[in-house]
Write a protein that binds this ligand. Structure first.
Ligand SMILES: Cc1cc2nc3c(=O)[nH]c(=O)nc-3n(C[C@H](O)[C@H](O)[C@H](O)COP(=O)(O)OP(=O)(O)OC[C@H]3O[C@@H](n4cnc5c(N)ncnc54)[C@H](O)[C@@H]3O)c2cc1C
Length: 426
């Protein structure tokens, strides 16, 4: 009899075994639901396994109000999910599952082991321990409905055959479109759109910014620490950030540029002029910097080159590009530098300007901005307001946040809430 009951099928199918899907599937199973988790890749949590440069910044330990201010879109919609399973709950969840955590600079939380795999494996164990049936290499191709309600999914199985599985509830946790090699190729947006949902325009977020600055190509791999950067849109300052800025063949990156990218990308799409102005010496006023330069100059012999002076002020890879920017030869004698040139040097150190002309594509973006319109989803249950039985969790929703562990927390909080399969009569 029991075996026959088992055969009757599943209470819920979760599509996507990423951060949100694993949390949702484990939660539903822990509450006694029969859960099928379908994942198109050969293993679970491929994106989670590369997060935080392989270390996984799993959440952020800031107080709730500060946390909310880091959610860039639909923070109010996210609030009930966060209230039900917040950053403290996430930390408890992983610690109880044997993953020791530590809090680093900026309240960012990482596994003590320094291994993102520990987070991904803890999520997988949570599902396995609670009896979730997981099928890998299984790509869902359609969410099936009957009389406007969810009644199952169609999928292509491991062997390449199309199959159907009936079920009264489906949790869509297919992620965004960034880093598509991890499996997040935006399938969920197409499913949701087919079911009548509106998809807010998709844009790369937390993505490197491309500059037309003529010296940028000489800055490859340069990492600037403790700088202050200001983002200007049409010459008006819109955002200021302090921290690290890096340069690579993809563009300007590092936490500061990634955080700026959310506004910069939207402005570029809308045809505005964008620039990033970098203060290389934020702790020094122009006057103090002038005194410092005078001191450094006095210590150099008159026959030393201008490049030597720059070397005392900025990291080596910046010396020649900065000299070119100032139009002073780095082999000019330091004694020949005029007061006007010193003033220009100070202005440049306090405001090195990078025109931003483009941004790196989804392949290099940490998250996707845009997604399923939140007004069409009940924030207290995460059930679709258009299709009963359809729940949504994670990046497929129009939710995104800054770097610092906030995006995974969005996945965990929404996965937790969706996995509870709450019903609310309106
Ligand atoms: C390089 C990188 C580093 C990051 N580092 C951090 C960090 O340190 N901290 C942080 O907070 N955030 C970080 N993020 C962001 C974070 O990883 C994502 O926000 C989070 O993984 C989103 O979770 P998700 O479950 O919604 O989607 P995903 O984790 O992308 O999972 C979606 C899953 O759905 C599967 N899927 C898709 N379509 C189908 C289909 N048709 N059928 C079956 N399965 C399907 C995919 O294969 C995938 O496994 C990083 C992102 C990247 C790219």
């Amino acid at each position: 009899m029991e075996a026959q009951m088992q055969k009757q099928g599943f209470d819920v199918i979760v599509v996507g075994a990423g951060a949100a899907g694993l949390m949702a599937a484990g939660t539903a199973a822990q509450q006694g639901r029969r859960v099928l988790l379908l994942e198109k890749m050969e293993k679970s949590g491929r994106k989670v396994r590369i997060t935080g440069k392989g270390r996984c910044n799993v959440t952020n330990a800031r107080p709730a109000e500060e946390f909310a201010s880091q959610v860039r879109t639909n923070a109010a919609f996210f609030a009930p999910a966060f209230a039900g399973f917040d950053n403290r709950a996430t930390m408890r969840f992983f610690e109880r599952r044997g993953v020791k955590l530590e809090v680093e600079r900026g309240d960012r939380v990482f596994p003590k082991s320094g291994k993102a795999w520990d987070i991904a494996n803890a999520l997988l164990d949570y599902c396995v321990d609670n009896g979730v049936e997981i099928r890998y290499d299984t790509r869902v191709t359609e969410i099936l409905t009957l009389s406007g309600r969810v009644f199952g999914v169609k999928y292509i199985n491991k062997r390449g055959f199309e199959r159907k599985e009936e079920c009264p509830a489906v949790i869509l946790a297919t992620g965004g479109v960034s880093y598509p090699a991890t499996g997040s190729t935006g399938d969920g947006y197409a499913f949701a759109a087919d079911l009548g949902h509106t998809i807010e325009p998709l844009r790369p977020s937390l993505t490197p910014l491309v500059t037309s600055h003529p010296q940028a190509r000489y800055l490859d791999r340069l990492l600037l620490r403790n700088i202050r950067a200001t983002l200007y849109i049409d010459n008006a300052p819109v955002r200021e950030e302090f921290g690290e800025l890096g340069f690579s063949e993809r563009g300007i990156e590092g936490a500061v540029a990634l955080r700026m990218s959310r506004d910069a990308v939207d402005a570029l799409i809308d045809g505005h002029r964008v620039k990033l102005v970098v203060d290389l010496k934020p702790a020094l006023s122009e006057e103090v910097l002038r005194e410092r330069i005078a001191r450094e100059r006095a210590e150099l012999a008159p026959t030393e080159f201008f490049g030597e002076l720059l070397r005392k002020l900025v990291p080596q890879p910046l010396v020649h590009p900065l000299a070119r920017e100032l139009d002073i030869h780095s082999k000019d004698y330091v004694s020949k530098i005029t007061d006007a040139q010193v003033t220009r040097l100070i202005r440049t150190l306090k405001g090195l300007t990078f025109p931003i002309t483009d941004y790196a594509p989804f392949e290099y973006a940490v998250t996707t901005a845009g997604g399923v319109r939140c007004e069409e989803v009940n924030p207290r249950t995460l059930e679709s307001l258009k299709v009963p039985g359809l729940y949504l969790a994670g990046e497929v929703l129009d939710l995104d946040a800054n770097t610092g562990g906030y995006n995974l927390q969005i996945a965990f909080s929404t996965g937790r809430l969706a996995g509870q399969l709450k019903k609310e009569t309106r």
